[in-house]
Structures are given as C-alpha cells and as structure tokens.
Design a protein around this ligand. Structure first.
Ligand SMILES: [Zn+2]
Length: 243
C-alpha cells in the first residue's frame, strides 16, 4: 500500500504543487518530495475520492508529507507579498528568496520589508534549535516563525494552507524583534564607565543647585547652633540676682 499525498514536486518547474494546482487538461510530470519516485494526479469527476497524488503500483513510500507541506509553505512565501505577523502588523514585503544564510545558519525565506531583511522559518516537524533562536536574539536579527505543526494541514485545502501561512497571526512568533543589548563590557568595566559618564555630565545648573544646597545646610547649622546656645544659657542662667 503506497501513501497518497496532496503535494508533489513538478519536475519541469521545480515548484512544489498542491493537488488543486494541477490542471486536468494539461498535466505535467510529478514526483514525490519524500521518496523522489513518480506521482500521478488522481483528479476528475469520474473519481469519487478527493483529488490526490498517488505513487505507482508497488511503490512503498514512508513519507508523511511534512517535508512537502514545509516546501509548499516556502513556495507560498515566494509567490505572495503580504505576511500578517501580529494582530496589527502586516508585512508587505519584496524580494523573497530561499535559504538565505546569516551567521552560521540559513532561514527558509528571507524577505525585504521597509529596507530591512526579515527571515522567516516554517515549522512543521522540525522546530528552530535553541542555538538558532539565540543567534537571532543576540544579534537583533528579525525572524518570523510560522507554526504549521497542526497535522490537519498535511491534508488541507490549498486555501486553508495559504491562510495559515500568510493571514493568520496567532501561529506566528516574532524572534529577535526586541532590541537586546550585547554584553560587550564586563560588569566592573560597565560600572566604571557609568561613573565616568556621570561626572562628565555635570551641568552648570547642577553645580548651582549643589552650591545652594550647601548654603541651606550651612544656614540650618548656624541657626541650630544659635538656638542651642540660647537654650543652654536659659537653663544655666543665674537663679537669683545678686543682692
Ligand atoms: Zn513517496
């Protein structure tokens, strides 16, 4: 029994197709993204089954379609130009390109948005490693993680998959969008620097305020001393006048 799938590689174009992309009148050559063997599109009104691709007789394919869904999502990102990443942020992007390198890593699709490069990562079964997440965060490199791990998507309608990839924001995670300070200085060095900066930043106004404060403290001290002197002389004043 060979597995059926809704995705296939179109051998002539190299594109990942959904079964709904297959034109009944003009069929191409298709191959399986998992095992590489030829696939046949099963479509048309004569068939009662949902349209799908099937392997040739006797082919045993163990693929579950997760790689195909991943590749199809990448294809969607390449073909469109609008990505909703949060409740109130839609990236109208340009120049999508696959497998763009950054540091020691590669993202699925990099896009340009308002002069910035933003990386996208499609998660079906292989999530980002902690090392990759740290690389994004520690270097303030922006990434949008698109969660397509819902197994229903392995057999979903094309429209549904496009909606999950581009329009739904609840399955998106923004990584590296918070500006993170790179700890370039040790704590002691940083402390020293802060003290130097504090001294350098004394303004004329601050000097005057400091001077006035000193005068007020001095005046309070003088008045207190005077009052204490009066109090003591009251206590020890002569009780009786000399006759
Ligand atoms: Zn296969």
């Amino acid at each position: 029994m060979s597995a059926t799938t809704i995705f296939a590689l179109e051998t002539t174009s190299g594109n990942t197709l959904h079964i709904e992309d297959v034109n009944t009148k003009q069929r191409g050559k298709y191959s399986c993204i998992d095992c590489g063997k030829e696939l046949y599109a099963v479509i048309g009104e004569a068939r009662k089954k949902e349209p799908h691709f099937r392997h040739g007789d006797g082919v045993n394919c163990s693929g579950i379609g997760d790689r195909a869904l991943h590749n199809f999502a990448v294809q969607i990102l390449m073909d469109y130009s609008s990505l909703t990443v949060s409740k109130d942020l839609i990236l109208n992007y340009t120049q999508p390109r696959k497998e763009v390198g950054f540091l020691d890593f590669r993202s699925d699709v990099a896009i340009n948005y308002t002069g910035e490069i933003i990386h996208t990562e499609v998660f079906v079964t292989h999530d980002l490693t902690l090392e990759k997440i740290s690389a994004y965060e520690n270097n303030n490199i922006k990434c949008v993680r698109i969660d397509l791990s819902n197994p229903e998507l392995l057999n979903a309608k094309k429209e549904k998959i496009i909606d999950e990839v581009l329009n739904r924001w609840e399955n998106k995670t923004l990584i590296g969008w918070q500006t993170k300070m790179v700890p370039a200085l040790t704590t002691m060095e940083a402390d020293k620097n802060i003290k130097v900066i504090e001294h350098a930043q004394w303004t004329f106004e601050e000097v005057i305020i400091g001077f006035v404060k000193a005068i007020v403290v001095f005046a309070i001290a003088v008045v207190s001393f005077y009052l204490l002197e009066r109090f003591l002389s009251f206590l020890f004043r002569p009780r009786y006048k000399k006759a």
